[in-house]
Design a protein. Structure first.
Lengths: 113, 113
């Protein structure tokens, strides 16, 4: 059974700091991995999608990497801003032929001005 | 462009009353559709997913049910709500076996009293 874990559960950093959010999954046979952002009381917004054949994806100040062999993905946020404050969730998609996205419990990020 | 709509946004219901949450997707055909629940302090729990009209897969035994009467319509129902059904319900859509971005609706906040 695929399990997805995110550490830390919460993180508070000063503005401008570079930071790394971690996501671990137990079954390396994933189809892709996605990172999402959730603002309080809102739905989820997709940030980055990494296919299983890829090692990383970049969008602006965000960079996500994937290491299937070690069961890890990281989300790197450069030069953090107060507007980055939100909960960040990762989701692993099981291998081709299934349709399930398994989510981690999220990392609640607060960037202090 | 594709859009996803969920309603109602907020719902307060007494224990034992029925429930109907609706989700519709525009701008695409034959999407995979998902219902997730997010309880306070917990991650996203996959409740149901559907790969086509009338095809529903249930992930968690509960007093909830789902139906897909049309290609782009997904309904979450209950005949009698329990206190434990309170939570934030999120509908999402994606294409293929996890090959594309998972897109979420804005969510429906259910409080059972």
């Amino acid at each position: 059974k695929q399990e997805v874990t995110q550490i830390p559960a919460a993180l508070s950093v000063p503005e401008g700091e570079n930071l790394v959010l971690n996501c671990s999954f137990t079954d390396s046979a994933i189809y892709n991995l996605q990172w999402f952002r959730q603002d309080p009381g809102k739905g989820l917004t997709s940030l980055l999608l990494i296919q299983s054949s890829q090692r990383e994806q970049t969008s602006g100040r965000l960079n996500a990497s994937l290491d299937k062999s070690s069961g890890r993905s990281t989300l790197y946020i450069a030069a953090s801003q107060p507007g980055d404050s939100a909960t960040y969730l990762c989701a692993a998609t099981l291998t081709s032929g299934t349709y399930k996205y398994i989510f981690g419990t999220g990392t609640r990020l607060k960037v202090l001005a | 462009s594709q859009t996803i709509h969920q309603w109602p946004a907020t719902l307060v219901q007494p224990v034992g009353s029925p429930l109907s949450l609706e989700c519709t997707v525009e701008g695409t055909s034959n999407p995979n559709l998902y219902w997730y629940r997010q309880a306070a302090g917990r991650g996203l729990q996959l409740l149901f997913y559907s790969v086509g009209i009338g095809q529903i897969s249930s992930e968690v035994p509960q007093n909830l049910s789902a139906s897909r009467p049309q290609d782009r319509q997904f309904i979450l129902s209950s005949k009698k709500l329990l206190l434990s059904d309170s939570g934030f319900y999120l509908c999402a859509w994606g294409m293929g076996p996890g090959a594309n971005v998972l897109t979420f609706g804005a969510g429906s906040r259910l409080t059972v009293l």
